[in-house]
Write a protein that binds this ligand. Structure first.
Ligand SMILES: NC(=O)c1ccc[n+]([C@@H]2O[C@H](COP(=O)([O-])OP(=O)(O)OC[C@H]3O[C@@H](n4cnc5c(N)ncnc54)[C@H](O)[C@@H]3O)[C@@H](O)[C@H]2O)c1
Ligand SMILES: OC[C@@H](O)C(O)[C@H](O)CO
Length: 465
């Protein structure tokens, strides 16, 4: 396998060729190159075949593409990103990806495979019933665990040396969570020697990643060509805001990320808790509610007073008390987040943000529900979020959503069965994959029933307004 095309001494391999990586981590590494730090470049690959058109388009452009960013005032900027210097061709066995991951020059392997790509509950237990996980437990490479375990087995054979495994998805404790999933996976695979090696030779720092990056619409390429003259077949766009907070725990070296304003910290905990609960959960709330009102875009839904109020109340009444004391100014963070969502120039869709609800409820929302009860408070404002999702999925069941609902772990038959049952709400509230220790508790089930009634009343009133 020829992996000699990377021109820099150190390789940062990224798995997951979606929009976000190219607007975020690739931008930071590009800034380092611009500053004259030439030691690192990115090699980009994907686990799933759906990445092939984008990888082909990038290959034809030598990995380069234009990033468009837009401020809340609508000022747009364009920059050609040069940090991705190798595109890894996709094949069913991920041969090239595995070879490059095992190469001693690869010192960091990062990944964005969506919230649904980890198959873990809130106790970090790996869902062995998932078909893709099962296939990988039998030697496949459909999931991040399968792909990384093949890479590491080859790396051991190659004496490739230690490597940092860097989760860049929106998950609480994303590094710890992935590492725990990987150890469980290797234990189940009975790969004892790889398991021992992983414990000694890999680190997985936790990270908080932030930049709203919609799926690029066809208009992005048009604007890029008008502004730069470049006919780009793989442009990407995001908001001007960007943030990356990373635990400084890289086992095999790292680029000087602090030179480009990456916040290198000892613990990412306060940042990730604020981001996941305040930004991501509110985002989902707005996307589910906006869709139910027939709206397409996040900014329009955020500017809808009743929807914004729901998100505001959720953060103010339940999240801030859960996260306090915090070194961050959580009220200010809430206000900035709602302002970012209102940016009309981003054109982020409710469809994108509403996706993966079955992973986002346990990850983003259930901890706040549980913590409110633990301190003796009924989480009325937070319960509106799963209630919105319940009504949203009811519409999905009835074929009434205006777009395809995308969810990496959707069990379509189970959801249809739930809504065909005598008491769908009772079954929903009893789902321990969604609600953990609250599942089936009468007090919680009653609260959810009242919240669903509030959502339905709100929708009825909105239709007659
Ligand atoms: N887009 C954003 O605003 C944003 C911001 C912060 C963090 N993120 C994180 O990045 C993730 C990806 O966002 P994106 O905008 O690049 O999405 P995208 O839809 O553009 O790309 C998703 C990528 O994940 C891959 N993928 C999906 N499910 C997978 C699975 N089960 N196993 C392996 N690979 C899988 C796809 O092949 C694709 O490469 C998000 O889910 C989130 O965790 C996104
Ligand atoms: O909530 C949806 C996310 O993809 C969001 O756009 C991102 O986390 C912002 O950084």
């Amino acid at each position: 396998m020829n992996t000699s095309l990377t021109p820099t001494p150190c390789v940062w391999l990224h798995i997951g060729s979606g929009s976000f990586h190219r607007a975020h981590q690739a931008w930071y590494l590009h800034r380092l190159l611009v500053q004259g730090h030439n030691e690192w470049s990115i090699a980009l690959g994907n686990i799933r075949q759906d990445g092939v058109p984008l990888l082909d388009a990038l290959q034809a452009q030598n990995g380069q593409y234009v990033l468009e960013t837009v401020t809340p005032q609508g000022e747009r900027a364009y920059e050609t990103i040069t940090s991705i210097q190798k595109i890894i061709p996709w094949d069913n066995e991920l041969a090239a990806l595995i070879a490059l991951g095992a190469d001693p020059r690869t010192k960091v392997i990062s990944f964005t495979v969506t919230e649904a790509g980890y198959y873990l509950d809130n106790q970090f237990n790996l869902d062995q019933s998932n078909a893709d996980v099962q296939a990988d437990l039998n030697g496949g490479c459909r999931t991040i665990y399968g792909a990384i375990s093949h890479i590491l087995a080859r790396r051991i054979a190659n004496q490739g040396g230690p490597v940092t495994l860097l989760n860049c998805d929106n998950l609480r404790h994303n590094g710890d969570r992935f590492h725990s999933g990987l150890l469980q996976f290797l234990t189940l695979r009975q790969q004892q020697s790889t398991l021992d090696w992983v414990k000694q030779n890999t680190h997985s720092p936790n990270t908080m990643v932030d930049r709203i990056t919609p799926r690029p619409s066809p208009e992005v390429a048009v604007r890029v060509e008008q502004a730069t003259g470049i006919k780009d077949h793989a442009p990407v766009m995001g908001e001007a805001f960007i943030q990356w907070v990373v635990e400084d725990d890289f086992i095999a070296g790292r680029p000087p990320l602090e030179q480009v304003d990456v916040e290198m910290v000892e613990s990412v905990l306060p940042y990730e808790e604020a981001k996941i609960r305040i930004l991501n959960a509110s985002h989902s709330c707005i996307a589910w509610a906006g869709t139910l009102l027939g709206q397409s875009y996040i900014d329009e839904s955020t500017r809808t007073e009743a929807i914004c109020q729901m998100a505001y109340d959720y953060v103010t009444e339940d999240v801030i008390p859960s996260l306090s004391p915090s070194p961050l100014d959580l009220e200010a963070y809430r206000d900035v987040v709602l302002e970012r969502f209102s940016n009309p120039h981003i054109q982020d869709t409710n469809q994108r943000v509403a996706a993966d609800g079955f992973s986002k409820i346990p990850g983003f929302i259930a901890p706040t529900l549980q913590e409110c009860y633990q301190r003796g408070q009924t989480p009325r404002a937070t319960a509106m979020l799963p209630a919105l999702f319940f009504v949203y999925m009811q519409q999905w069941h009835l074929g009434q959503l205006p777009y395809e609902y995308q969810d990496g772990i959707l069990d379509a038959a189970a959801v249809h069965a739930l809504f065909d049952s005598a008491d769908p709400l009772a079954r929903f509230a009893a789902d321990d994959k969604l609600f953990g220790s609250l599942a089936g508790k009468a007090e919680f089930s009653d609260l959810l029933r009242q919240s669903v009634a509030r959502v339905n009343q709100w929708l009825t009133d909105a239709k007659h307004a």
